[in-house]
Write a protein that binds this ligand. Structure first.
Ligand code: HSE
Length: 429
């Protein structure tokens, strides 16, 4: 084993960074044995010094991140700060100074992944980011390496723990969205400002990263259709239950049937209880991959939290250190397929449409013919009469999003339709 250590700079010392620092210290001998050389933490960049950081060597803490990443002796920079800037600038500086980078920054990778990969390749160093998607779950490396000889057609994932916790609570207790969000906040799952999670931005960034790797194509967060879960009601959850389904916020990346394009989207969807993703409870994450030769694979585990995310970061650290010692780099960006990312209109799926309608002769026929006019075939209809009106739940066969949207526009214009109460996609069948 080489005795001269590989030098590591850590950017960020929050929940994840402090776990990375702690494990690098406590497990130093094992890490060295696995890498073939010791790894030495030479600096930890933070926004504010003086804060209590148990287990973190105080003498390594600095506010000068720029000085740390431009040190000529640093071999690897670990970035667990998040956000676009200053992380992007610091990572590009690290590359220019010969350091490989391990990052957990999904927003940055989803926006500027191609530019970062190009910069890493130009500098002859690595960019690894297993922790950017689904925390501890090994997913980037299996897609990038283990499945490199296969053809992935679909990735279906629960990649946001906060929203899965909220939907699971709504499902198990009958609570409404606000009540479930309150509980998620009280338990520390949801942040004070939960927008990134509940509006689907976090999941959309992860979907972009997964789609890009799965389909060897450049996909950015801007290519991902996104709907959050704030409009999901207790009635939607109950209706899903009535048809043997559960509601999940899904990230769905698909190759089109003709193989010529891809789509990536994040939205709430009903999935049958028999689907493996239906059993993912609480704040857990899971990703279901459909590949041509491998068939169906499921990756499951904790998608957030200090220690689980640190596990993914340290796995990457070991890999990039091994590459350094071998004078090599690991797999870089693979975007050779250059498939266009299509808009939501082209997506084909099934729909659950809930309507409040007048309860009188001919209304059901009028609603049914509106679906037929737009080429949307109905699978099932459930109707329940109330005082003077009725609730009508229509589940369709597969249709394009464009056809469904046109159908719904027309339904809204019918005198007999009082309200289109909800529209939800049905996936996983
Ligand atoms: N906020 C995310 C979640 C974890 O709830 O899953 C970090 O991506």
């Amino acid at each position: 084993m080489r005795t001269r250590p590989l030098k590591v700079a850590l950017l960020g010392c929050g929940v994840v960074g402090s776990e990375v620092a702690r494990i690098m210290t406590t497990d130093a001998a094992d890490l060295a044995a696995r890498i073939g050389a010791p790894v030495e933490l030479v600096g930890i960049a933070v926004r504010r010094v003086g804060r209590e950081r148990p287990g973190v060597p105080a003498h390594l803490v600095t506010t000068d991140a720029e000085a740390l990443v431009t040190r000529e002796d640093v071999d690897v920079v670990i970035e667990v700060v998040g956000g676009i800037e200053p992380s992007k600038h610091l990572i590009l500086s690290a590359f220019r100074h010969g350091a490989s980078v391990v990052s957990a920054n999904k927003a940055l990778l989803a926006q500027d992944g191609a530019e970062l990969h190009a910069a890493a390749a130009a500098a002859g160093v690595d960019l690894y980011y297993e922790a950017a998607v689904a925390g501890a779950i090994p997913l980037i490396r299996p897609l990038r390496e283990s499945l490199a000889g296969d053809k992935v057609n679909r990735v279906l994932g629960i990649v946001n723990g906060t929203t899965n916790f909220i939907l699971d609570k709504m499902d198990s207790t009958g609570a409404g969205y606000s009540e479930a969000l309150e509980e998620a906040t009280a338990l520390g799952y949801a942040e004070a400002d939960p927008t990134a999670d509940v509006e689907g931005f976090d999941a959309a960034a992860k979907a972009a990263i997964l789609a890009g790797i799965a389909f060897h194509t450049k996909v950015t967060a801007a290519d991902v259709y996104r709907e959050g879960l704030t409009e999901v009601t207790a009635a939607d959850i109950a209706s899903a239950k009535a048809m043997g389904c559960v509601v999940k916020l899904l990230a769905i990346c698909e190759r089109s049937a003709d193989g010529a394009s891809v789509t990536a989207r994040v939205h709430p969807a009903m999935i049958p209880l028999s689907h493996p993703l239906a059993s993912v409870r609480e704040a857990y994450n899971a990703v279901f991959v459909e590949a041509e030769a491998a068939g169906r694979l499921m990756f499951y585990g904790p998608g957030a939290g200090g220690a689980p995310t640190a596990s993914a970061v340290l796995g990457d650290l070991v890999a990039v250190c091994r590459n350094k010692l071998n004078g090599a780099t690991g797999p870089g960006d693979s975007v050779y397929a250059q498939l266009p990312a299509k808009a939501m209109d082209d997506v084909v799926t099934r729909y659950h449409v809930s309507l409040d309608v007048d309860d009188r002769a001919g209304v059901l026929a009028q609603v049914a013919s509106t679906f037929a006019e737009h080429g949307v075939s109905i699978d099932t209809v459930r109707q329940q009469g109330r005082d003077g009106d009725a609730s009508l739940v229509v589940v369709t066969h597969r249709a394009t999003d464009a056809a469904l949207s046109a159908t719904v526009d027309k339904l809204r214009a019918l005198d007999s339709v009082r309200e289109v109460a909800s529209i939800m996609r049905v996936e996983g069948e």
